[in-house]
Write a protein that binds this ligand. Structure first.
Ligand code: KMH
Ligand code: ZN
Length: 273
């Protein structure tokens, strides 16, 4: 398949609204962003939500309302983050699945995350994975480091294929504490993927965004973009909307002679019926 799946990660959990007022933090802002990004070619949305004070939350009522609103107002694949913020407890992160998303993120190991620690102990990974299998929720395996690729091989060997029987992974590169966002790192990580993997995307945070995007496109990978990962278009030029980032990704893909996937193709790619 030569088409490109563009996933948008519009909000994240690590940027404050005060620092970046254009970050979509209310449900209305999130839905409007999702609609604009879908029109620009995004087919999946990776969702972190905020509370009334714009702080990250895993409140189940809000998560459920968000899934419902995105389903009603867009045709995007709705992927909820089970990573949450670096401060969220593991049990609350497991309960995210109760909101019934199409997909969820599933990070394959603990990572230093700037000055913090993004905790993903093995027992948490296996419990979350088995819950996704029981409930028919398609995981996207988030790989921040080469060791996470090895852990994915171990997980699939022990517990078998995910719901949908496709294995889609996303390399999150350039996090301070994870693998660097460089072409050699991406080439090395792709070379280590287990044979069960059917598709991969990549995102580079901060200034690694463009090198990772260009390398992923050249290697046949898919793309994740969004204000969760980058807040500038170029040195000193702030991102004004997630749509700008999706438009830039779709434009880069076209340059590489690759079109954005249709909604149906995107669902088939990751194993959603
Ligand atoms: N906010 C990061 C600590 C995910 O969404 O699954 C974790 C994260 C990964 O964003
Ligand atoms: Zn996330």
């Amino acid at each position: 398949m030569t088409g490109v799946l563009v996933t948008v990660a519009p909000t994240g959990a690590e940027t404050a609204k005060e620092e970046c007022p254009q970050l979509p933090t209310t449900l209305e802002e999130l839905v409007a962003t999702a609609q604009d990004c879908e029109a620009a070619g995004a087919r999946m949305i990776h969702v972190h939500i905020r509370d009334a004070a714009h702080r990250p939350t895993l409140d189940l009522r809000r998560l459920t309302d968000t899934v419902q609103a995105l389903r009603e107002k867009t045709g995007l694949i709705v992927q909820l983050s089970t990573g949450g913020s670096v401060h969220d407890p593991l049990d609350a992160r497991l309960r995210v699945l109760d909101a019934g998303p199409d997909s969820c993120s599933l990070t394959m190991g603990t990572t230093n995350f700037g000055d913090d620690v993004f905790a993903n102990p093995w027992p948490f990974i296996t419990e979350l994975y088995q819950l996704t299998q029981e409930r028919g929720i398609v995981p996207e395996f988030e790989l921040f480091d080469l060791g996470h690729v090895a852990s994915l091989r171990r997980l699939l060997g022990r517990f078998g294929l995910p719901a949908g029987e496709r294995v889609h992974v996303d390399f999150v590169m350039g996090v301070p504490g994870g693998m660097p966002g460089t072409p050699p790192a991406l080439v090395a990580a792709v070379a280590q993927l287990p044979p069960e993997v059917t598709s991969w995307s990549a995102t580079g945070v901060g200034r690694t965004t463009l090198p990772v995007m260009m390398t992923a496109l050249a290697m046949g990978g898919h793309l994740r973009v969004g204000m969760e990962d980058v807040l500038t278009l170029a040195n000193g030029v702030p991102v004004e909307s997630n749509t700008q980032l999706v438009e830039r990704a779709v434009g880069a893909a076209r340059l590489a002679q690759r079109d954005a996937l249709t909604a149906g193709q995107a669902r088939l790619l990751i194993g959603l019926r």
